[in-house]
Write a protein that binds this ligand. Structure first.
Ligand code: SF4
Length: 371
């Protein structure tokens, strides 16, 4: 259905038109379809994404009559904060209720996002799906299964909401990582639409090098992303040094085994970050490090080593000296390698923990008290 016909259907039905997640062109076309001037769409876009106005009444760049009309005929489908957990390190984890994707089944799904302040920047970790079908064994989100895909508005809305919640303390640089619930490359179009909104210099104005999409290794999605004109940075969740090992913790490896995955990474036109969650006694030996270096040899890549956070799942953290020895072996073999410690451990916001409590029915950690 052409976009204008879609808009017409929305106008004719009693369902308000959700303006969030729409591009400047889409908002211009929608304004035209309801008999307003196209430039009003550009003004609405500016108010939403540049000024972060989430109430039509507060959009002072629009005439009062239009604001009143928008309040009757449109909505701004920002996720709602159900709970907010603050870590001792300043990170904030949000449990969010989604406004809905237009289907009866879509309303009320919940996801999580995390805001992490640090020296000179804030990083926002967002979800691309409610739940996830990929079934990585070290990830709590996997226990939910896939509930549904998020819309572009629900994805970009997590960033807008977290920024607005910290309006007074923001620093100029914002990083966004698609590392929350879901496999972004299995919800490709809405994710890319949301990323284009984040990177639009007329709107949110994030830098392409500051937005990172993390994948479990969906090969057709990696190839497709490599063809995009506007794209985020790519991170691949590696987590194993052999197919046998990866099969055991990431069933997606049976569909896209390491050889196929790394071939796609070699075709990819930019540097890639490989994430490697170090699971004590499982994938953290010297031999693992040497195998990882061989696998990645010749690739334009860096490796982020992420020590496992002990929690609900039956894995253990690596010994401290193992982490450093593993990194040193990679560096000796010519690989760029860094250790990344997860933020927000005390509020269960660390890597692989974003699927808990109210969404998954798992008991909240005692420190994770809502404020
Ligand atoms: S690690 Fe990512 S891809 Fe794997 S199950 Fe969890 S959310 Fe899905």
């Amino acid at each position: 259905m052409p976009p204008e016909t879609q808009f017409q259907v929305a106008v004719e039905s009693i369902e308000p038109f959700d303006v969030l997640g729409k591009s400047a062109d889409e908002l211009r076309a929608w304004m035209t379809s309801i008999g307003e001037s196209a430039y009003r769409g550009a003004q609405l876009y500016h108010a939403l994404y540049r000024e972060r106005r989430f109430d039509f009444a507060a959009m002072s760049n629009l005439p009062v009559e239009l604001r009143e009309r928008l309040a009757r005929e449109a909505r701004i489908g920002l996720p709602k904060v159900v709970r907010r957990y603050t870590s001792a390190d300043g990170s904030v984890r949000y449990l969010l209720a989604l406004p809905g994707n237009g289907s009866a089944a879509g309303a009320g799904a919940r996801v999580e996002a995390v805001f992490m302040p640090s020296e000179g920047r804030q990083t926002i970790c967002i979800s691309s799906q409610a739940g996830c079908a990929v079934d990585c064994h070290f990830c709590l989100t996997a226990q939910l299964g896939l509930i549904r895909n998020l819309t572009a508005g629900e994805i970009v809305g997590q960033v807008l909401l977290a920024l607005e919640d910290h309006r007074e303390s923001l620093v100029p640089r914002t990083n966004v990582v698609l590392m929350g619930q879901g496999e972004p490359l299995l919800n490709y179009e809405p994710v890319l639409s949301a990323v284009r909104l984040m990177l639009d210099q007329r709107g949110m104005r994030l830098a392409p090098r500051h937005v990172t999409l993390s994948t479990s290794g969906i090969v057709p999605g990696i190839d497709r992303l490599g063809q995009e004109k506007i794209r985020p940075k790519l991170a691949v969740s590696l987590n194993a040094s052999s197919d046998e090992q990866r099969d055991a913790i990431m069933p997606i490896n049976r569909k896209y085994p390491l050889g196929m995955l790394l071939e796609a990474c070699r075709r990819y036109p930019e540097w890639i970050t490989f994430e490697y969650v170090l699971l004590g006694g499982f994938n953290d030996t010297d031999e693992d490090a040497r195998r990882v270096a061989r696998l990645l040899s010749g690739l334009h890549a860096k490796v982020n080593l992420i020590p496992w956070n002990p929690g609900e799942l039956p894995y253990r953290a690596p010994e401290l000296d193992r982490i450093e020895e593993f990194r040193c072996i990679l560096v000796e073999k010519g690989q760029l390698a860094f250790v990344r410690y997860s933020r927000g451990r005390d509020i269960a916001a660390a890597c692989g923990q974003l699927a808990l409590i109210e969404t998954a029915g798992i008991a909240a950690p005692p420190e994770a008290l809502p404020i």
